[in-house]
Design a protein around this ligand. Structure first.
Ligand code: IPM
Ligand code: MG
Length: 353
């Protein structure tokens, strides 16, 4: 297969983990005889510094023409504590999602047997947890009408029927391919937008009779996730709730550095870690490349290249089992491997497989 990939490395640890993702992609393509080519685009604080825009038109063009985007991270502390900044790196990420129509963000939460003890939750609770959070990504408060002056501010949480229907459809379809259990997460006891979500979900559920559909308020879902994470198979929710719940979900796995995601919709899909740019770690070769590398696995799987994806997953599992780990998940007194060393070990594993 010919693959044209846009690489958006962004800020902070982005470029370091991006390089590992590219190396893994090259190794897999070589092994399976795929032709891969790359185009690099700037985004985030890096692009603000260079051209004053966190998602320049040229980057959009590069993404639009590609088969897939491998994205890393954006964000820089110089913007974080300045609420009056006119332009922020995160706007680049939001612009990318909106302009590419990436309405469905798939965030798998899974555990790794050898890392169960790294979760702040009891190992017996998290063992076997394996669910998908399907987060709506181009609507809700993130994109609704906003207003801010010195005395008043608001964000509008607006959803239309077509927006809700298309994301619920993604949820039902994933549930069909998995354990056939869908949890619709909302706040229908308080929010009108949530009541419309629930109404539409109830209309659609009979079309998927094999799927057990249940409805859960977001506060309850947040509790259930840490009380009984194995309860969930597929959850589907609006943009803001999904943002919050997936950070919580990363604690089940034990490190934010382990979780990949896929954003799909109308145009080029984007594959990215769920973590941010961790500016404090920039250049230190300590960031975990696994979330980025598993994003590459999701990229292959998106194109039904499942053996390729499976080999990456096998290599990642082997690296963890062999204690080839970045510092935040290394065993006590274990050798600490850097971003590059973990990446290289995984590349070698794939090459020699
Ligand atoms: C995420 C991030 C982004 C979001 C930020 C960086 C804008 O937290 O992808 O979860 O809120 O969507
Ligand atoms: Mg987030």
């Amino acid at each position: 297969m010919d693959l044209k990939i846009a690489i958006l490395a962004g800020d902070g640890i982005g470029p370091e983990i991006s390089a590992q993702g590219v190396d893994v992609m090259n190794a897999v393509c070589k092994k399976f005889g795929h032709n891969v080519s790359y185009e690099y685009g700037i985004c985030g604080a890096d692009a603000i510094d260079k051209v004053g825009n966190p998602f320049p038109d040229e980057t959009f063009r590069i993404c639009k023409q590609a088969d897939a985007v491998l994205f890393s991270a954006v964000g820089d502390p110089k913007f974080d504590n300045n609420p009056t900044a006119k332009v922020r790196p995160e706007q680049g990420l939001l612009a990318m999602r909106k302009q590419l129509g990436l309405f469905a963000n798939i965030r798998p939460v899974q555990t790794f047997k050898c890392l169960l003890h790294k979760s702040p939750l009891r190992a017996d609770l998290v063992e076997g947890a394996d669910f998908l959070c399907i987060r709506e990504l181009t609507g809700g408060m993130y994109f609704g009408e906003k207003y801010q002056d010195n005395d008043k501010a608001y964000d509008t949480n607006m959803y239309t029927r077509p927006e809700i229907e298309r994301i619920l459809k993604v949820g039902f379809e994933y549930a069909m391919r998995r354990r056939k259990h869908l949890t619709v997460v909302d706040k229908a006891n308080v929010l009108a937008s949530s009541r419309l979500w629930r109404q539409i979900a109830q209309e659609m559920a009979p079309m998927y009779p094999e799927v057990t559909t249940d409805y859960m308020y977001v506060d309850n879902a947040a509790m259930r996730m840490i009380q009984e994470p194995c309860f969930f198979d597929v959850m589907v929710t609006e943009n803001t709730f999904g943002d919050i719940l997936t950070d919580e979900g990363s604690c089940i796995s034990g490190s934010m550095g382990l979780l990949p995601s896929a954003s799909t919709g109308e145009s080029t899909p984007v594959f990215e870690p769920i973590h941010g740019s961790w500016p404090q770690a920039k250049g230190l070769n300590i960031a975990n490349p696994i979330a980025q590398i598993l994003s590459v696995a999701m990229l292959f799987e998106y194109f039904n290249l499942n053996e390729e994806g499976a080999l990456i997953r096998k290599a990642v599992d082997a690296s963890l089992d062999n204690n080839i780990r970045t510092p935040e998940i290394q065993v006590e007194n274990g050798a600490k491997y850097g971003t590059k060393e973990v990446g290289k070990w995984i590349v070698d594993y794939i090459t020699n497989a």
